[in-house]
Design a protein around this ligand. Structure first.
Ligand SMILES: [Zn+2]
Length: 230
């Protein structure tokens, strides 16, 4: 896109044009949230080499199947930023809808109980919502908060691959109440917003497997393109 709004103008545009494209701000008639078709075309589906890379990571873990929606390139980054301006909750659900559209051919995205990667209670209270849980809602079907965060670990952003792995050790636990409602033969699909090293999803899957769950998949809306992956 050659013509872009300044961020504050975008924020203003959302106030007066609530049915605007989350990326470029053009009105979308009859829709409460979304991307115009031009911007939709600018989203990059995940690169095959990144998806292969993730499949290799999870091959040695408790995750059976894995699917990512998009490359977290400049366009997606911009969209995620813009999503914060107006109705963040609804927009997170929209991310899940995007993911569902993108990965509709993956059978496991249809039949599973979706388990969002939890935030620590303190973090969730501060933010007011868990983005992964809203994304799971956008994907549809059944959502269960089967996992909880036992430890409020520091954010992964500045850590390398090995540090990320250590940072997520022991941070997840099974919610005993939810466990009673979900049989161990239920197919589960973990949901995260952005998958980076795969350490978080693997740690979460190991906890589910440790509780007896046998059919565990995982999905994320996007993955960043980072050199230290390989
Ligand atoms: Zn647009």
């Amino acid at each position: 896109l050659s013509i872009r709004f300044k961020p504050w103008l975008e924020a203003l545009a959302y106030l007066v044009l609530p049915n605007a494209c989350v990326y470029c701000g053009v009105p979308i008639p009859g829709s409460d949230v979304g991307l115009c078709s031009a911007c939709h075309h600018e989203l990059e589906p995940v690169s095959p080499e990144y998806e292969e890379h993730y499949k290799a990571i999870v091959a040695s873990s408790s995750i059976n199947q894995f699917a990512i929606g998009f490359n977290y390139g400049p366009v997606f980054q911009e969209i995620l930023e813009n999503l914060k301006y107006n109705n963040a909750r609804r927009n997170a659900i929209f991310l899940g809808e995007l993911l569902r559209q993108q990965r509709l051919s993956d059978a496991f995205c249809k039949q599973h109980v979706f388990v969002p990667i939890p935030l620590h209670r303190k973090k969730e209270r501060k933010r007011g919502y868990n983005q992964a849980a809203l994304i799971a809602r956008g994907i549809g079907a059944t959502v269960s908060n089967l996992l909880m965060r036992a430890i409020n670990n520091p954010t992964q952003t500045k850590l390398d691959k090995e540090q990320r792995k250590a940072n997520v050790e022991g941070i997840f636990a099974i919610d005993p109440q939810q466990r009673l409602t979900i049989a161990t033969d239920t197919p589960l699909c973990l949901v995260d917003d952005v998958a980076t090293s795969g350490a978080t999803l693997n740690a979460a899957a190991d906890v589910l497997a440790g509780a007896g769950y046998r059919d565990i998949s995982a999905t994320a809306v996007a993955t960043p393109i980072m050199d230290d992956f390989f």
